[in-house]
Design a protein around this ligand. Structure first.
Ligand code: FPP
Length: 239
């Protein structure tokens, strides 16, 4: 309990393959994935992990069949509406990162309502990455900084890691210390590319709809067994 990650990020993968294994349509997997979202959020709150970011929809996911995209958007609205009370009861604040303006208006409205409604909660922050991609985010940051240069508020020489990080959608958050990806895929898939620079990566074969609290505990225990050197040598760390 003394070495919990301050921020866990999760690539929730394998809903479609899990559903296929069950002889069900892909959307069945997404629906069951909601229970895993609940479990992981609850476990993080119970343990005292202050930040949890879930990759719920990437900018590339729009290329999926229309029926699946529509079903995912409906599921998001339904889940967000359903869970507001639980979030408030557990003192959890909801936030979102991504190109939110491009979401369907019903999704955006439900999301904004939940964000506003939970804004004062301070036990833990649950961040949904929605219509998010790291390259989009970094291009957006470059544009913001360039505009500030044009406006005379900034000079190119003054741009450093700190000002770049401050122009990202995650400006107010610590970088993730642990990234979990389910379903056996070994990729980052355009997720938090800047922020993951020193994050410990954890991959599991478990499909997202089957991911439970015990799987999260295992990932955290694995994280706790690692030596994080941040470019230094072992002796400098233990010293
Ligand atoms: C990846 O599995 C999962 C997604 C693209 C969507 C994740 C969404 C949820 C779990 C539903 C609701 C979420 C919230 C936060 C309320 P995949 O479809 O890529 O699976 P596959 O790789 O097996 O095809």
């Amino acid at each position: 309990m003394k070495r919990l990650p301050s921020h866990i990020a999760v690539i929730m993968d394998g809903n479609g393959r899990w559903a296929k294994q069950q002889g069900q349509p892909r959307v069945y997997g997404h629906r069951h994935g909601v229970e895993s979202v609940r479990q992981v959020t609850e476990a993080c709150a119970e343990l005292g992990v202050p930040w949890l970011t879930l990759y719920a929809f990437s900018t590339e996911n729009w290329a999926r069949p229309r029926t699946e995209v529509d079903a995912l958007m409906s599921l998001l609205v339904e889940t967000i509406k359903q869970e507001i009370d639980t979030l408030n009861k557990n003192n959890i604040r909801l936030q979102a990162i991504g190109d939110l303006a491009q979401l369907p208006s019903s999704t955006l409205e439900a999301l904004q309502f939940a964000i506003d409604n939970t804004a004062a909660n301070d036990r833990m922050t649950l961040v949904l990455a929605l219509n998010y991609s790291a390259r989009w985010e970094m291009v957006r940051a470059a544009r913001l900084l360039a505009q500030r240069c044009v406006d005379g508020q900034l000079t190119p020489d003054a741009i450093d890691e700190q000002s770049f990080a401050a122009a990202l959608t995650t400006a107010q958050m610590p970088d993730p210390e642990l990234l979990i990806r389910t379903s056996g895929e070994l990729r980052i898939s355009n997720f938090l590319l800047w922020q993951l620079a020193y994050t410990e990566l954890y991959f599991t074969q478990v499909f997202w709809p089957e991911f439970r609290k015990t799987h999260l505990y295992r990932a955290i225990l694995d994280f706790q067994g690692r030596e994080r050197r941040f470019g230094k040598i072992s002796e400098q760390i233990s010293g």
